[in-house]
Design a protein around this ligand. Structure first.
Ligand SMILES: Cc1cc2nc3c(=O)[nH]c(=O)nc-3n(C[C@H](O)[C@H](O)[C@H](O)COP(=O)(O)O)c2cc1C
Length: 168
Protein backbone atom coordinates (compact mmCIF):
# COMPACT_ATOMS: atom_id res chain seq x y z
CA UNK A 1 0.00 0.00 0.00
CA UNK A 2 1.39 3.38 -0.99
CA UNK A 3 2.26 5.80 1.78
CA UNK A 4 2.34 8.86 -0.44
CA UNK A 5 0.33 11.89 0.50
CA UNK A 6 -0.78 14.48 -2.02
CA UNK A 7 0.55 17.93 -1.11
CA UNK A 8 0.56 21.33 -2.82
CA UNK A 9 3.65 22.77 -4.52
CA UNK A 10 3.91 25.31 -1.68
CA UNK A 11 4.40 22.48 0.79
CA UNK A 12 7.53 21.18 -0.95
CA UNK A 13 10.30 22.11 1.44
CA UNK A 14 13.32 20.67 -0.37
CA UNK A 15 15.88 23.06 -1.81
CA UNK A 16 15.39 22.85 -5.60
CA UNK A 17 19.10 23.34 -6.35
CA UNK A 18 20.03 20.36 -4.20
CA UNK A 19 17.02 18.32 -5.22
CA UNK A 20 17.71 18.53 -8.95
CA UNK A 21 21.43 19.24 -9.20
CA UNK A 22 22.77 17.07 -6.38
CA UNK A 23 20.16 14.46 -5.56
CA UNK A 24 19.06 14.06 -9.20
CA UNK A 25 15.67 13.04 -10.54
CA UNK A 26 14.15 10.23 -12.55
CA UNK A 27 12.16 11.23 -15.61
CA UNK A 28 9.63 8.46 -16.15
CA UNK A 29 7.37 8.02 -19.14
CA UNK A 30 4.93 5.37 -20.30
CA UNK A 31 6.00 3.09 -23.09
CA UNK A 32 4.27 0.22 -24.78
CA UNK A 33 5.51 -2.39 -22.30
CA UNK A 34 5.09 -0.29 -19.18
CA UNK A 35 7.46 2.55 -18.53
CA UNK A 36 11.00 3.80 -19.03
CA UNK A 37 13.01 6.03 -16.76
CA UNK A 38 16.20 8.09 -17.03
CA UNK A 39 18.21 10.18 -14.60
CA UNK A 40 18.22 13.97 -14.99
CA UNK A 41 20.19 16.58 -13.10
CA UNK A 42 19.47 19.58 -15.28
CA UNK A 43 16.21 21.40 -14.88
CA UNK A 44 14.27 23.60 -12.57
CA UNK A 45 10.94 24.53 -11.09
CA UNK A 46 9.13 27.84 -11.13
CA UNK A 47 6.14 29.69 -12.46
CA UNK A 48 5.05 30.14 -16.08
CA UNK A 49 1.72 31.33 -17.44
CA UNK A 50 0.65 31.58 -13.76
CA UNK A 51 1.11 27.86 -13.25
CA UNK A 52 3.64 25.91 -11.19
CA UNK A 53 6.00 24.35 -13.71
CA UNK A 54 9.05 22.14 -14.09
CA UNK A 55 11.75 22.68 -16.70
CA UNK A 56 13.34 19.54 -18.12
CA UNK A 57 16.06 19.19 -20.74
CA UNK A 58 16.30 16.01 -22.77
CA UNK A 59 18.86 15.21 -25.47
CA UNK A 60 17.45 13.80 -28.69
CA UNK A 61 19.52 10.60 -28.52
CA UNK A 62 17.80 9.45 -25.30
CA UNK A 63 15.21 6.70 -25.60
CA UNK A 64 13.17 8.87 -23.23
CA UNK A 65 13.04 11.60 -25.87
CA UNK A 66 10.89 9.56 -28.27
CA UNK A 67 8.64 8.44 -25.44
CA UNK A 68 8.12 11.88 -23.95
CA UNK A 69 7.31 13.24 -27.40
CA UNK A 70 4.43 10.78 -27.64
CA UNK A 71 2.94 11.44 -24.22
CA UNK A 72 1.20 14.39 -22.69
CA UNK A 73 2.35 13.50 -19.15
CA UNK A 74 5.50 12.26 -17.44
CA UNK A 75 6.79 12.20 -13.87
CA UNK A 76 9.82 13.64 -12.13
CA UNK A 77 10.64 11.70 -8.99
CA UNK A 78 13.22 12.19 -6.27
CA UNK A 79 14.91 9.64 -4.01
CA UNK A 80 16.76 9.22 -0.75
CA UNK A 81 20.53 8.73 -0.93
CA UNK A 82 20.25 4.95 -0.60
CA UNK A 83 18.91 4.81 -4.16
CA UNK A 84 21.97 6.57 -5.64
CA UNK A 85 23.07 3.40 -7.46
CA UNK A 86 19.65 3.11 -9.07
CA UNK A 87 19.96 6.67 -10.35
CA UNK A 88 23.48 5.95 -11.60
CA UNK A 89 22.23 2.89 -13.47
CA UNK A 90 19.26 4.74 -14.97
CA UNK A 91 21.60 7.54 -16.03
CA UNK A 92 24.04 5.29 -17.84
CA UNK A 93 21.91 2.58 -19.47
CA UNK A 94 19.25 3.00 -22.11
CA UNK A 95 15.72 1.71 -22.07
CA UNK A 96 16.49 0.48 -25.58
CA UNK A 97 18.63 -2.22 -23.95
CA UNK A 98 17.21 -2.70 -20.46
CA UNK A 99 13.98 -2.82 -18.53
CA UNK A 100 15.51 -0.50 -15.95
CA UNK A 101 12.78 -0.90 -13.32
CA UNK A 102 13.29 -4.66 -13.41
CA UNK A 103 17.10 -4.41 -13.36
CA UNK A 104 17.01 -2.01 -10.41
CA UNK A 105 14.23 -3.81 -8.61
CA UNK A 106 12.09 -0.69 -8.29
CA UNK A 107 8.30 -0.81 -8.44
CA UNK A 108 6.40 1.17 -11.07
CA UNK A 109 3.18 2.81 -9.97
CA UNK A 110 0.81 3.60 -12.81
CA UNK A 111 -0.84 6.85 -11.89
CA UNK A 112 -3.68 7.54 -14.32
CA UNK A 113 -1.49 10.19 -15.95
CA UNK A 114 2.14 9.13 -15.67
CA UNK A 115 4.14 6.33 -14.05
CA UNK A 116 6.54 6.81 -11.14
CA UNK A 117 8.16 4.51 -8.58
CA UNK A 118 7.02 3.36 -5.18
CA UNK A 119 10.56 3.94 -3.81
CA UNK A 120 10.43 7.71 -4.51
CA UNK A 121 10.31 10.25 -1.71
CA UNK A 122 8.77 13.04 -3.79
CA UNK A 123 6.93 12.82 -7.12
CA UNK A 124 5.88 15.59 -9.50
CA UNK A 125 3.32 14.61 -12.14
CA UNK A 126 3.96 16.88 -15.11
CA UNK A 127 1.84 17.88 -18.09
CA UNK A 128 3.77 19.22 -21.07
CA UNK A 129 2.94 22.82 -21.91
CA UNK A 130 5.81 23.89 -24.14
CA UNK A 131 8.66 22.16 -25.95
CA UNK A 132 11.51 23.78 -27.83
CA UNK A 133 14.98 22.72 -28.92
CA UNK A 134 17.91 24.74 -27.68
CA UNK A 135 19.99 25.96 -30.60
CA UNK A 136 23.41 27.43 -31.20
CA UNK A 137 22.20 30.86 -32.33
CA UNK A 138 20.22 31.35 -29.13
CA UNK A 139 23.09 30.50 -26.79
CA UNK A 140 24.31 33.87 -25.56
CA UNK A 141 27.22 32.51 -23.52
CA UNK A 142 29.02 31.05 -26.54
CA UNK A 143 31.53 29.11 -24.45
CA UNK A 144 28.66 26.81 -23.44
CA UNK A 145 28.29 25.58 -27.02
CA UNK A 146 31.63 23.78 -27.05
CA UNK A 147 31.40 22.76 -23.42
CA UNK A 148 28.07 21.01 -23.85
CA UNK A 149 27.48 20.13 -27.48
CA UNK A 150 29.47 18.44 -30.17
CA UNK A 151 27.13 18.50 -33.07
CA UNK A 152 23.44 18.58 -33.38
CA UNK A 153 22.44 17.10 -30.05
CA UNK A 154 20.88 20.20 -28.53
CA UNK A 155 18.54 19.44 -25.65
CA UNK A 156 14.83 19.83 -26.05
CA UNK A 157 13.46 21.96 -23.24
CA UNK A 158 10.09 21.00 -21.85
CA UNK A 159 8.12 23.35 -19.66
CA UNK A 160 5.45 21.31 -17.92
CA UNK A 161 2.70 22.11 -15.50
CA UNK A 162 3.08 20.34 -12.16
CA UNK A 163 -0.41 18.90 -11.86
CA UNK A 164 0.14 16.71 -8.79
CA UNK A 165 2.72 16.44 -6.01
CA UNK A 166 3.12 13.27 -3.93
CA UNK A 167 5.32 13.11 -0.84
CA UNK A 168 6.12 10.21 1.49
C1 LIG B 1 23.58 12.45 -12.94
C2 LIG B 1 23.05 12.36 -14.35
C3 LIG B 1 22.29 13.40 -14.84
C4 LIG B 1 21.77 13.37 -16.15
N1 LIG B 1 20.99 14.41 -16.59
C5 LIG B 1 20.48 14.38 -17.84
C6 LIG B 1 19.63 15.44 -18.29
O1 LIG B 1 19.26 16.37 -17.56
N2 LIG B 1 19.19 15.37 -19.59
C7 LIG B 1 19.54 14.35 -20.43
O2 LIG B 1 19.11 14.35 -21.60
N3 LIG B 1 20.32 13.32 -20.00
C8 LIG B 1 20.79 13.30 -18.73
N4 LIG B 1 21.55 12.26 -18.29
C9 LIG B 1 21.84 11.13 -19.17
C10 LIG B 1 20.70 10.09 -19.25
O3 LIG B 1 20.19 9.80 -17.96
C11 LIG B 1 21.27 8.79 -19.86
O4 LIG B 1 21.76 9.03 -21.15
C12 LIG B 1 20.27 7.64 -19.86
O5 LIG B 1 20.99 6.44 -20.09
C13 LIG B 1 19.19 7.81 -20.92
O6 LIG B 1 18.32 6.72 -20.83
P1 LIG B 1 17.26 6.36 -21.98
O7 LIG B 1 18.03 6.09 -23.25
O8 LIG B 1 16.56 5.12 -21.46
O9 LIG B 1 16.34 7.52 -22.11
C14 LIG B 1 22.07 12.27 -16.99
C15 LIG B 1 22.85 11.21 -16.49
C16 LIG B 1 23.33 11.25 -15.18
C17 LIG B 1 24.17 10.10 -14.66
Amino acid sequence: MSDFKEISVSEINNNPFDLIGKDWALVTVKNQDGCNTMTASWGGVGIMWNKPVAFTFIRPQRFTYGLIENEQYFSLSFYKEKYRDVLRFCGSRSGRDYDKAKECNITPVYDEKAPYFEEADLVLICRKLYAQDLNEQSIVAKEEVLKNYNGDDYHRMYISEIVKVLKK
